[in-house]
Design a protein around this ligand. Structure first.
Ligand code: DGY
Length: 319
């Protein structure tokens, strides 16, 4: 029996690759840089499935180059690089991997918050640089206990961050498009976006990147925050106007930023953000643990294998 043809756009964990190879003929882009459409088009013309493991744009142009495509799977919860409407109009199901990365990503978001608040990374740099001398003092951090945590985008990951904040004695407020029906269980208070900006001591951004949320944190929003505010972004870099964030941090309009995601991404080594003293940046590692990345890869492979057979995906965005 002829095997399904599947294009993989980059690195894929061995267990997921092995699962795909049982039923599919795999064509994998193995260069370190992301492929262009021209790089993939020779494979796409016969492809039954597309496994997006490097962040490429899946748009009309790409879909037109893949006339046989039956399914697209991506090991990530976010899918701002995928034109869902274009997939749907071609009846191509798209599967992401929600659920399996919730606690892991919440750990990282809250870890950034705690690390920034207590200057943990600066303390380590200080010790390693031999500055721990009698009388020498690292500048003080700030407490979490008794402070207000404002979560923008209270989905599953937001709720998991809320629990971590509550365990540290924080009051939790949040903003979503609509209040959550279970907010009493969450012990979190819905508020308007402006109220959250002005009341929160720590703002954690977890909202998906959509046309509405692109650039939602700009100069006006930073101006509404407390001068002591900590701003944590674990969503997508483009939710923030990078220049406005730079200006707010440089002018000490807000106290500190801790970012898992940036715009652009990766951040060039000579980017001005890296010159600021009041910022902490990690390279988009929200879901990057061995266990979680394996779960994500296996779920994406499962979605792909179901899709090539025309069966419903486990986690489908456009059903
Ligand atoms: C996600 O799953 O969307 C994470 O940000 C990893 O890309």
């Amino acid at each position: 029996m002829e095997k399904y043809k599947v294009v993989i756009t980059g690195r894929v964990l061995p267990a997921a690759l092995a699962a795909l190879e049982t039923q599919c003929q795999v064509y994998r882009w193995e260069q370190p840089t992301a492929p262009t459409l021209a790089d993939l088009s020779g494979w796409l013309k016969d492809a039954d499935g597309l496994f997006v493991s490097t962040n490429i744009a899946v748009n009309e142009q790409l879909l037109a180059a893949a006339p046989r495509l039956k399914v697209i799977a991506q090991p990530a919860v976010g899918y701002d690089n995928i034109d869902i409407a274009a997939c749907t109009s071609r009846k191509i199901p798209f599967g992401n991997t929600p659920g399996v990365l919730v606690e892991t990503t919440a750990d990282l978001a809250f870890g950034l918050l705690l690390t920034a608040a207590r200057r943990i990374h600066e303390g380590w740099d200080w010790v390693r640089a031999g500055k721990w001398q009698p009388g020498a003092q690292l500048p003080y951090g700030v407490d979490l206990y008794g402070k207000t945590l404002g979560i923008v985008g209270m989905g599953a990951i937001g709720s998991a961050v809320a629990r971590r904040g509550q365990a540290s004695g924080m009051k939790v407020i949040y903003n979503n498009r609509t209040p959550r029906a279970d907010q009493a269980d969450l012990k979190a208070e819905y508020c308007t976006f402006d109220q959250l900006l002005s009341e929160a001591d720590f703002i954690v951004v977890l909202t998906p990147l959509t046309p509405e949320s692109r650039g939602m944190f700009g100069a006006n929003e930073f101006a509404k925050m407390k001068p002591t505010a900590y701003f944590i972004n674990a969503a997508r870099g483009a939710v923030v106007d990078t220049q406005a964030l730079y200006n707010a941090l440089q002018a000490k309009q807000i106290a500190y930023a801790a970012l898992d995601v940036t715009d652009p991404e990766p951040l060039p080594a000579d980017h001005p953000l890296l010159q600021l003293p009041n910022i902490l940046i990690v390279p988009h590692i929200g879901s990057a643990t061995t266990e979680t990345r394996n779960r994500m890869a296996l779920l994406a492979a499962e979605n792909l294998l179901l899709g090539v057979e025309g069966k419903p995906l486990v986690t489908c965005v456009n059903t």
